[in-house]
Every structure is written in C-alpha cells, then in structure tokens.
Design a protein around this ligand. Structure first.
Ligand code: COA
Length: 135
C-alpha cells in the first residue's frame, strides 16, 4: 500500500514529576514521549498490513537543543522518511510551547521502528510490512 508523507502530531503537558534536578524536562521523559509519537506514525503506516505492531530498533542523532519548563506544552511532529522491508524510519521534532513566547525547537531525533508479527506463544518476529512511501 502507498502512503503519502504526513505529519503525525502528539502533545504532552510538562508536569512537576517530569522534571530533572535543575527543574527542566528530564531527557529520558522526552525520549519516552518521542517514542510514543513515533509509534503513532508507525501505527498509521501499518494499518491494513500483515504486521501487528512496530518496536523501536534504533534511536539516532538525538539532540536536546533547548530546555523545556514545567507548565509548558511539548508538541511533537513525526514524519516517516523511509520505508524498508521491515523498517520504518521516522524523523521526530519536539517543539516547546510556553504561555508567551514563540514555539521553540527543543529536541530532534531519528527513530528506526521494525514491524513485527506476534505469535501464539507470546514471542514476536520481524515482519515484511509491504508498505511504500509515495514520493
Ligand atoms: C526489532 C527486532 C525484531 C528486529 O529483528 P532482527 O532479526 O534483529 O532484524 P534485522 O537485524 O534484520 O533488522 C530489521 C530492520 O531494521 C534495520 N536495522 C537494524 N539495525 C538497525 C540500526 N542500528 N539502525 C537502523 N536500522 C537498523 C535493518 O536494516 C532491517 O531493515 P529492513 O528490514 O527494512 O531492511 C529485534 O532486533 C528486536 O526485538 N529488538 C528489540 C526491540 C525492543 O525491545 N525495543 C524496545 C521496546 S519497543
């Protein structure tokens, strides 16, 4: 099935429990939210495919560019950039949104997800997703 490149959006409010020791958003929490946003993009791609889900294989080129503060929103924009046989490459950007300022590019990363098929015994293996990016 052919897919047009689309921006998949996901947002989170930064709560006090998401902060690190200097009071800004903890990097591990940022990556976790990115993983969810990327999973949403993969989920869209895998509709009507033989795969049951996608798992995270690699996280590359992650860069924390700006701190994000408690009380701000983080708006994620994920775009599928390449479809391999089982892999799905996703570019993800996180924009911080405060009450008064312009949106700030806070973090960027490149995720590689792999389509998987679940088996009756609870294990899973990679699966050819058969999806194509319409360029
Ligand atoms: C994901 C998994 C099923 C892949 O199975 P595998 O037999 O290792 O598969 P491969 O090594 O052939 O890699 C699968 C695809 O990922 C790509 N890939 C592998 N390593 C990669 C890396 N470091 N960076 C980018 N892409 C990579 C391969 O090129 C291949 O792409 P293609 O099928 O489109 O050609 C397996 O590695 C796994 O279960 N990993 C753990 C996943 C996990 O626990 N994630 C965290 C929770 S979601």
């Amino acid at each position: 099935m052919k897919h047009k490149a689309e921006t998949v959006r996901y947002s989170q409010l930064v709560m006090p429990q998401d902060a690190n020791v200097v009071g800004t958003l903890f990097g591990g929490q940022m990556i976790s939210w990115m993983d969810i946003a990327v999973s949403k993009a993969a989920h869209r791609i895998l509709k009507n495919s033989p795969a049951d889900a996608a798992v995270t294989r690699a996280i590359d080129a992650t860069e924390f560019k700006e701190p994000v503060y408690v009380g701000e929103w983080v708006n994620f924009e994920a775009i599928v950039t390449n479809l391999g046989r089982s892999s799905i490459k996703v570019n993800i950007k996180a924009f911080a949104e405060g009450r008064h300022d312009e949106r700030r590019l806070a973090c960027v990363s490149e995720f590689t997800m792999v389509a998987v098929k679940q088996h009756d015994d609870g294990t899973y293996t990679k699966c050819l997703h058969g999806q194509i990016l319409d360029s």
